[in-house]
Write a new protein. Structure first.
Length: 116
């Protein structure tokens, strides 16, 4: 695993704002006749997550600095506690995060991928 960790000073991903799905690992091939053939594209299937955290302005700055500086705008892998299993696992961002200001707090929504 990588040596980069999710910052301890930030809250864990909230269960209420969490969703996950497996990336489709199946290739389907249409045949001239008969049923469609299918096979696995790869043996290790990444699982995609969308998670949210609610933070203060100071924590938002910590998150932004970690995302842009430490992770190189989300290009590097990092270790954090899996919101489903509560076990440390390796993740990476699959895109940019969104932040929404709400009454002096910020909700940050993160598109993530758990790496096999």
């Amino acid at each position: 695993m990588t040596g980069i960790n999710y910052p301890d000073s930030l809250p864990a991903i909230r269960a209420a704002g969490f969703s996950s799905t497996y990336k489709d690992p199946v290739i389907r091939t249409q045949m001239d006749a008969g049923p469609v053939k299918q096979r696995l594209r790869y043996t290790a299937v990444p699982k995609q997550f969308t998670g949210t955290i609610v933070v203060t302005e100071e924590e938002r700055l910590v998150f932004e600095t970690w995302f842009t500086g430490v992770l190189g705008f989300g290009t590097l892998r990092f270790v954090m506690q899996n919101p489903q299993t509560l076990v440390p696992e390796e993740f990476r961002f699959t895109g940019a995060y969104d932040e929404t200001e709400m009454d002096g707090l910020y909700e940050i929504s993160m598109p993530l991928e758990r790496l096999p």
